[in-house]
Design a protein around this ligand. Structure first.
Ligand code: 1PR
Length: 516
């Protein structure tokens, strides 16, 4: 074998145990020691170090000195999800980089454990190092020496910047002068604010898959045409367009389940396959992820459905209604975990970063905080009868049914189950173009340590600036304003940049030829 690329997501101990039991450790070590090109990605980087706090009893391969530690979550969200640097300036002799890493580029990371950077330590062993900064922690983004390159980030999900790294590895192009080397402090280091484009997908009345968009979740036209499903375009084409505009992630929500087709033929699988062939940023898929019964009567677990989506190109699955039912059971059982919920089983198999919970709450106004047992806020937007307090009621089945559980309860329950990120919608704001519900976002952010994506209500670029400036949200999502062609993702990012917020900008396209 000429070259090995070892990609990996998930749990350090689980991955290393799997490598060992599959008999991979010896051939990989032999390959590396023989001087043949080797690239490790994410857990593929972690495996080469000595150990990880994630699984203290499982030794790593120990080819690189160092130990992985969990990020400190006392003042920042963990997992670390999003676009960050892999900066070689300052770590190597200036102006020199490796495998086409650029200090000004951003790369996609998703992990909770990292190797802290100690200046000079790995360099003393001949490694070249690129680092990233998360909060006050500086950690290893990539290292290389001789025939070995390992990256904590995912080059295959890092747009053109990542494709350039893959191409350099495949071509053996291991060292370059950096054309745009500037003082590292001049370049915005650290995690960027993520802008996500969301496509609600469903079959229209003619049976074609279309991107649609509702107002408060109602996706039918209110016109004389008989209330047809609003058709805003084709999912794969629109995903590609948003990728080109610089979207940091794409989310597909299958807002009606395809009840008449067998699970393995679900049309969203094809949408994912086609999208992942030309869109190199993370893809999330939601809708219908729950234990179900196939058209032939076979029982299919949520984990099997998620596995089909991952195999078709999804990086994360998003769970809606099923998470609400699971949280209700969690509280009914005095906060005990069963290990059998969709969140727990998918998180255990693919890692918590692969599990998003989509929350669909609606405001319920009350006269006082004591009028309900739910967590309330004193709101700046009074209710219809002048009420000054409200709580956020979670719904299921696309907002059709309200349940007796609030957004904070749901968020904390699913975090305990192993969810890695929250997609926080708000039915009152959906399609309203009136901006995000800042009060909801801040309330949920305060309740959890995992990242939160603010969603619903974006109508112009300033709304993204507002939610990032006035709340501690980790990401923000827009739908209608992009689909109707009123604004582009690039315009949103330009506005954010102008206001001093750190964003990732798209880079020139790269074509990777894989041979041999
Ligand atoms: O319950 O696990 O099958 O998941 C169903 C998923 O489909 C959930 O994530 C739920 O939010 C979504 N969904 C169901 N019905 C609708 C609908 O619109 N009728 N879409 C729906 C919700 C997603 C929002 C929207 C933002 C931004 N829409 O994320 O994209 O509100 O819109 P805007 O920027 O235009 O305001 P399950």
């Amino acid at each position: 074998m000429k070259k090995i690329i070892l990609p990996g997501v998930g749990h350090f101990g689980h991955c290393l145990t799997q490598f060992k039991s599959a008999g991979y450790v010896e051939p990989i070590t032999k390959h590396i020691k023989s001087g043949k090109p080797f690239m490790g990605i994410c857990v593929g980087l972690q495996a080469l170090f000595e150990s990880s706090e994630e699984s203290p009893t499982t030794p790593g391969l120990g080819l690189i000195k160092g130990h992985l530690k969990r990020f400190d979550d006392s003042s920042k969200a963990v997992p670390h999800i999003g676009w960050n640097s892999a900066n070689t300036v300052g770590q190597t002799s200036s102006n020199v980089s490796f495998y086409c890493l650029r200090p000004s580029s951003k790369y996609y990371y998703v992990h909770s454990y990292a190797v802290p950077y100690t200046p000079g330590e790995l360099e003393a062993d001949g490694w070249k190092v690129a680092t990233a900064q998360y909060g006050d922690e500086e950690f290893i983004g990539a290292v290389c020496r001789d025939n070995v390159l390992v990256t904590q980030f995912h080059p295959e999900k890092s747009g053109a910047a990542g494709l350039r790294v893959l191409q350099a590895f495949l071509e053996g192009n291991s060292e370059q002068q950096i054309p745009d080397a500037r003082n590292a402090t001049e370049i915005g280091q650290g995690l960027t604010r993520r802008v996500i484009a969301c496509l609600d997908v469903r079959a229209n009345d003619a049976g074609d898959l279309v991107v649609t968009k509702g107002d408060q979740y109602d996706v039918r036209e209110a016109d004389a045409a008989g209330g047809a499903v609003r058709n805003l375009g084709k999912p794969v084409d629109m995903a590609r367009r948003y990728y080109e505009q610089g979207a940091d992630e794409i989310t597909f929500l299958n807002i009606t389940s395809f009840r008449n087709s067998p699970v393995a033929d679900t049309p969203m699988l094809e949408v994912l396959r086609r999208t992942s062939a030309s869109v190199f940023v993370p893809l999330t898929i939601g809708g219908g992820i729950r234990d179900t019964v196939d058209t032939d009567g076979t029982k299919v677990s949520a984990l099997s459905i998620a596995s089909l989506y991952f195999a078709s190109g999804a990086d994360k699955v998003s769970i809606g209604s099923d998470a609400v039912y699971a949280a209700e059971e969690y509280f009914a059982a005095d906060r005990s975990l069963t290990g059998r919920t969709a969140i727990e089983t998918i998180s255990a198999a693919y890692g918590k970063q692969a599990v998003v919970v989509s929350i669909d709450p609606r405001r319920v106004y009350v006269a006082s905080a004591s009028a309900t047992s739910h967590a309330t806020i004193e709101t700046s937007i009074s209710g219809p009868s002048g009420e000054r307090f409200c709580w956020y009621q979670c719904t299921v089945r696309g907002g059709r049914e309200g349940r007796d559980i609030d957004a904070v309860q749901l968020a904390t329950a699913v975090e305990a189950m192993g969810c890695g990120e929250l997609l926080l919608n708000c039915i009152d704001r959906d399609g309203s173009n009136s901006g995000f519900d800042l009060e909801l976002v801040e309330m949920v952010k305060k309740a959890v340590k995992i990242p939160v994506i603010a969603s619903s209500g974006a109508g112009k670029p300033e709304h993204f600036v507002e939610v990032f400036e006035k709340t501690s949200t980790d990401a923000a999502l827009g739908a209608g304003m992009f689909h109707r062609g009123e604004w582009t993702v690039a315009q949103v990012k330009a506005e954010m940049m102008g206001r001093g917020l750190l964003v990732r900008l798209p880079e020139e396209e790269v074509e990777v030829q894989v041979e041999g």
